[in-house]
Design a protein around this ligand. Structure first.
Ligand SMILES: O=C(O)c1cc(C(=O)O)c2c(n1)C(=O)C(=O)c1cc(C(=O)O)[nH]c1-2
Length: 230
C-alpha cells in the first residue's frame, strides 16, 4: 500500500526539518568564519571557490525555468536569473560577488578564469545543476528551499565580517545585504509552489530528498574548501 500523503502543515514541517539539521550554517568552516578565526587566505579561498557556485545559480535557474508550464510561473522565476546576471552589464549578484572578491584583494580576472576552483567544489556544483537538469519540477524547486535558512545565515555573516574581517572593504558586503531580502522572497515563493505541487506522498518524499541532497551540495563544497585552506 502506498504511504499516506502528509497534510500541507506536516509536509512543511518535514521540509523545514531538513536544513534545520544539515544546512551549512553548522559546517565547521562557517563556524570558524563566524568566530573570526579565518586567516585572510582562507577567506579569499572561500570567496574564489564560492564564485563557482554563484556563477552556476542562473544556469540552474534557466533549467528550472524550462520546466515551468505557465507564463505566470516563468515570469516569477525569471527574476532569479535577472537578480544574478543583472539586467545590464555592471549589475546583479555575480557582479556584486566579483566586487566582494576585489574588496578582499582578489582581482576579477582571477575569479572569472576559474583557476584554483577545487575539484570537490566543481563536483558539488555540478551535482546541483544536474539535479535541476534531470529532476522533476518539484525536486528542482524544492532543492532551492535552503534559501529559507539563508537570510539568517547572511545576517550572521555580515555581523562576523564587520566585526572580525575589517580588512575587507565594507562595500564588498553588499552582495550579502541584498540576499537577505532576495532569499526571503525566493524561499517563500518556492515553498508555496512545492506545497501546492507535491500532493501525493511519493512527490513529497522526493521533495524532501532533493532538499537533503542540496544541503549535501553546500556541505561538500565547504568540506573541499576547509580541507584545502583550513
Ligand atoms: O552564502 C550562502 O550561504 C548561500 C546559500 C544559498 C543556499 O542556501 O543555497 C544560496 C546563496 N548563498 C546565494 O547567494 C544564492 O544566490 C542562492 C541561490 C540559491 C538557490 O538554490 O537557488 N541558493 C543560494
Amino acid at each position: 500500500m502506498n504511504a499516506e500523503s502528509w497534510t500541507a502543515g506536516e509536509f512543511e514541517d518535514r521540509l523545514r526539518a531538513v536544513p534545520a539539521e544539515r544546512y551549512h550554517h553548522r559546517h565547521p568552516f562557517n563556524l570558524r568564519m563566524h568566530a573570526g578565526e579565518l586567516k585572510p587566505d582562507e577567506v579569499r579561498g572561500w570567496i574564489l571557490n564560492r564564485f563557482h557556485y554563484q556563477r552556476h545559480i542562473p544556469v540552474k535557474d534557466a533549467l528550472v525555468l524550462a520546466k515551468l508550464p505557465t507564463p505566470e510561473l516563468r515570469r516569477v522565476w525569471i527574476r532569479r536569473i535577472q537578480d544574478h546576471d543583472g539586467r545590464r552589464a555592471g549589475e546583479g549578484g555575480i557582479e556584486r560577488w566579483l566586487r566582494l572578491g576585489e574588496a578582499a584583494g582578489l582581482d576579477r580576472e582571477t575569479l572569472l578564469s576559474g583557476q584554483g576552483v577545487l575539484p570537490g567544489v566543481r563536483l558539488a556544483v555540478e551535482g546541483y545543476v544536474t539535479l535541476c537538469r534531470l529532476g522533476t519540477p518539484v525536486e528542482a524547486v524544492a532543492a532551492s528551499l535552503t534559501e529559507l535558512f539563508a537570510p539568517g545565515l547572511m545576517r550572521t555573516r555580515i555581523d562576523a565580517f564587520e566585526r572580525h574581517y575589517g580588512w575587507i572593504e565594507p562595500e564588498g558586503l553588499r552582495y550579502f545585504r541584498d540576499r537577505v531580502t532576495q532569499g526571503r522572497r525566493d524561499g517563500g515563493e518556492a515553498l508555496a509552489l512545492v506545497l501546492d505541487w507535491a500532493r501525493d506522498r511519493a512527490a513529497q518524499d522526493s521533495a524532501v530528498a532533493a532538499l537533503a541532497y542540496k544541503c549535501d551540495v553546500l556541505w561538500a563544497l565547504l568540506d573541499a574548501v576547509d580541507r584545502e585552506y583550513g
